[in-house]
Write a protein of this length. Structure first.
Length: 726
């Protein structure tokens, strides 16, 4: 395929493979991000690079050194002077959302099998990204900080070879050696088996059945897929279709070569059915339960005699659901995994020239992020709302938003929050099994359009803060729209008082026994999360201060029930487990904020005291905190080898929310964070900050600005008040 011709490549990715002065980030009115390479000098002259272009490309942004801060507030002010220069014209902050190493292979394989190419510059920088994130042993992990696995190594090896890496390149040679040392691709986990089968380098007989017929069950059946966690079911829909039709790439020279390169034995001698439950030990995080293995035995028997009319009806149903998802999101879809699988479905069912296929081709770029290390595939189409929600609150709580220097920046943030709120339910609402969205804020953009509980909570708080506390701020978001957001939050509480991520818990917890994805945990149904619950508590508590007349009894009842859940979720050692950030510092910060808003502080609450004592016990000699992503895997505190600025800010914020009476731990944290600030007001990138499904770390690079500025500004006032009392 000419679009994927082999490339001549350097030995490493240390230097850019393209001219970084020619890359530009384009922003849509809704906040969609797409990177473009300008090939002519006239284009470059007509479209100068912005400060945020240069920053994300790792180039010199040319910002001056600032006066050295003499206190925490001055350090916060310097931090925002730097960060506001990266605010986009639309009002939000752009940024990468990378980290997982199984996303780029989906983009590349999905495009390749659909006959969709990339620009040469995109291919080069995707390969460079893989070069820059290869481990010392030659392989790749499930995320950028993880050890080499069969899942990461086999998929990224295939992606690099498709993009133009030659088999005799030193990186390819070393990657093959690593893969073979791990046993070859036969032991790749189920998601990897699926992608390799799509590419036609793994036989479909090596996959456990993926029965699309489950979508024909009545909705009331407890295991009906619409009850599963939203990411799992939205991936299972196109998986069921593609397994049902046994989609595979036509055999060509590269496919034939990969069949030989990926395995330690002859491809044609492999006993494929014997590989279905074969998962390499290094990959295995969630082993199959005995219940699942028994179910697979039954499904295997069914697959041998599946009724063709029933299978055709099931495949048709999956296709219908794919189209509903595409139309609800303008082909952005919930995330990059189901987006690329949906693209293959649309091409298979409709052809490459169909409107759906063409829109998918365009929408790929919403997930392709160009950074200093190359081009990656993001975990969604960005984290736009999530970032602006925190930054807006930080502006107000530090007092910076009241300063004339930052007023315009704060108002632009408000304008974007106004634009980002989802104002209607989805086009296909009940038929696509969606939760209500009218009034919600999403994680990224309103085009992607999924309700998220904590994003709605943080978005609501940000709007209330900006509209009530920035001088002359217009009431862009009306009281009715704020009430719509409250309605969404109230609709999301589960029976035990907790809040999950996207929707109500629909399936029993025992569904996790049927988790087929050996590399993820807690994916079969929604779960309550302390950090989601706390975002809702704080949003409702702040809302009722400004609008005490709206659904007063419902709000009080919801908060009371949620706080009860939060008490039960507190761990014996005193912290709360974080499922979306690393880890105990993250969730405990949110928990103590919400408890404080209902009157529970260090002085009045045993739960708050235990949490503070837990955090203080983890403070290091240098004044900071450092927690490894491994804590999310093993559900207990694991020290990071280095102190982390972001986690230090979370811990210090937690202590301040709880009204911790002793200044020393907070003063030491402030000193640590200030010591790492650069002369231009910025902070360097440290370890990865986020996580999902217990086993996959993901990047939130803007956290190093949002939470540092927030913590320093709050600490300045808090410590002054503490010392005044003494």
């Amino acid at each position: 395929m000419a679009a994927y011709a082999p490339l001549e490549l350097p030995a490493s990715g240390a230097l850019p493979f393209t001219d970084y002065a020619r890359w530009r980030l384009r922003l849509s009115p809704n906040g969609d991000h797409t990177w473009h390479y300008l090939r002519t000098d006239d284009e470059v002259a007509a479209w100068p690079q912005s400060t945020y272009d240069k920053y994300w490309l790792g180039q010199d942004v040319g910002l001056p050194e600032l006066p050295p801060p003499t206190n925490a507030l001055e350090a916060a002010r310097n931090g925002y002077r730097f960060f506001q220069k990266h605010q986009t014209e639309r009002g939000h902050w752009a940024g990468e959302y990378g980290g997982p190493m199984f996303l780029l292979p989906g983009l590349v394989i999905g495009s390749y099998v659909c006959g969709m190419g990339f620009k040469t510059e995109e291919r080069l920088e995707m390969i460079r990204y893989l070069f820059n994130h290869v481990n010392e042993d030659g392989g790749w992990g499930i995320h950028i900080e993880g050890p080499s696995t069969v899942f990461g190594t086999a998929l990224n090896y295939c992606a690099a070879r498709i993009l133009g890496l030659k088999a005799d390149h030193p990186v390819a040679v070393k990657a093959r050696a690593c893969l073979h040392k791990l046993g070859g691709a036969v032991g790749i986990p189920s998601w990897g088996k699926f992608w390799l089968s799509i590419l036609n380098v793994y036989d479909w007989e090596g996959n456990h059945p993926i029965p699309s017929e489950l979508w024909l069950l009545p909705d009331w059946v407890p295991i009906h897929p619409h009850r599963w966690w939203i990411h799992t079911r939205n991936v299972y829909i196109p998986m069921g279709y593609l397994y049902g039709v046994r989609f595979k790439m036509e055999e060509n020279e590269l496919v034939s070569s990969l069949r030989q390169e990926l395995y330690t034995t002859n491809y044609y001698s492999i006993d494929w059915p014997a590989q279905r439950s074969n998962v390499a030990a290094v990959d295995l995080y969630t082993p199959h339960s005995a219940v699942l293995e028994g179910l697979y035995t039954l499904l295997g028997a069914y697959e041998s005699c599946a009724l063709p009319p029933l299978r055709r009806a099931a495949i048709r149903r999956c296709y219908e659901l794919v189209v509903l998802e595409d139309e609800n999101t303008d082909c952005q879809d919930l995330g990059p995994v189901n987006k690329m699988m949906n693209q293959i479905v649309r091409v298979h069912a409709e052809g490459r020239e169909s409107a759906g296929a063409k829109r998918h081709l365009e929408r790929r770029h919403d997930f392709m992020w160009m950074g200093a290390e190359g081009m990656m595939m993001c975990g969604t189409n960005g984290s736009q709302l999530w970032d602006i929600g925190f930054m807006a609150q930080a502006l107000i709580e530090t007092g910076l938003g009241a300063e004339d220097e930052f007023r315009e920046s704060a108002l632009r943030a408000l304008q974007w929050l106004d634009n980002c709120q989802i104002r209607e339910n989805p086009k296909h609402y009940r038929t696509a099994y969606r939760h209500q969205t009218k009034g919600a804020w999403p994680f990224s953009t309103k085009t992607q359009g999924y309700t998220v509980s904590d994003c709605t909570g943080e978005g609501l708080k940000a709007v209330l803060y900006l509209q009530e506390h920035v001088k002359g701020a217009p009431k862009l978001i009306s009281e009715r729209r704020l009430c719509d957001a409250v309605d969404v939050l109230l609709s999301l509480q589960n029976t035990d008082g907790g809040f999950a991520s996207y929707e109500l818990i629909r399936a029993p917890q025992w569904m996790e026994w049927l988790n087929p994805a050996e590399v993820f945990g807690n994916i079969m149904t929604e779960f309550n999360y302390p950090e989601c619950t706390t975002s809702v508590i704080t949003a409702l508590a702040i809302f009722r201060k400004h609008y005490p007349h709206y659904r007063t009894a419902d709000i009080q009842r919801t908060i009371t029930h949620a706080v009860d859940y939060l008490h039960k979720a507190q761990r014996p050692e005193g912290g709360w487990f974080g499922s979306w950030g690393i880890c105990f510092t993250y969730a405990t910060q949110f928990a103590l904020e919400s408890l404080a808003l209902v009157g529970e502080t260090y002085e009045t609450s045993a739960a708050s005291r235990r949490a503070c004592e837990f955090l203080v016990s983890k403070q290091r000699a240098d004044g900071g905190w450092g927690e490894s992503y491994k804590a999310c895997e093993v559900i207990e505190w694991v020290e990071h080898k280095d102190t982390q600025v972001v986690q230090t800010c979370w811990a210090a914020m937690a202590l301040m929310y709880a009204k911790y009476p002793h200044p020393e731990p907070i003063e030491r944290a402030v000193k640590l964070v200030m010591s790492r600030q650069r002369p231009d007001g910025s902070w360097p990138q440290e370890a990865i900050e986020g996580v999902f499904n217990k086993n996959v770390a993901i990047s939130y690079p803007n956290f190093k600005f949002e939470f540092t500025i927030w913590m320093l500004g709050r600490a300045h006032r808090y410590l002054k008040e503490l010392h005044a009392k003494k």
